[in-house]
Design a protein around this ligand. Structure first.
Ligand SMILES: [Zn+2]
Length: 141
């Protein structure tokens, strides 16, 4: 993947502030951090979507994110660390690991109806609709 930014970083052709590296994965600081320490964990091999990662590789990424989170909690004095894939920005699967100083650090617009000081739960769906959604997903898994 010659044009992939993260493949170039994984191959060492572009610089990054690396915090962990082994044969299969790499963790480095996000250039546009939500909070100090905001890290990305990527597979060295090019996979666009997290759901395309081989299970063992996905587990390596999650395990690395767990180790980073355990370090971040005392370092930044936070109760929780977020870990998520969004698939935004670079089309190479990357897990964000972000120390959470504020409940809205990695929030959805759906939670912001009362602004930053509130936390609005999105409306619940009717039970029948929830059951139908669950059935659809369950049957497809
Ligand atoms: Zn790539």
């Amino acid at each position: 993947m010659q044009d992939c930014l993260f493949c170039k970083i994984a191959a060492g052709h572009l610089p990054a502030h690396k915090i962990y590296e082994d044969d299969d994965i790499l963790a480095f600081l996000d250039l546009h951090p939500i909070r100090q320490g905001h890290a990305l964990v990527i597979p060295k091999a090019h996979h666009v979507w997290f759901e395309d990662l081989p299970e063992a590789l996905a587990t390596q990424i999650t395990t690395c994110a767990q180790r980073i989170a355990r370090v971040m909690k005392p370092l930044y004095g936070v109760e929780r660390v977020a870990m998520f894939y969004t698939g935004i920005h670079v089309a190479h699967a990357h897990a964000h690991v972000v120390p959470m100083h504020h409940v809205h650090d990695v929030t959805s617009a759906a939670y912001l109806q009362e602004g930053l000081s509130g936390f609005s739960a999105p409306p619940q769906l009717p039970g029948a609709e929830m059951a139908q959604i669950a059935d659809t997903l369950k049957n497809l898994l």
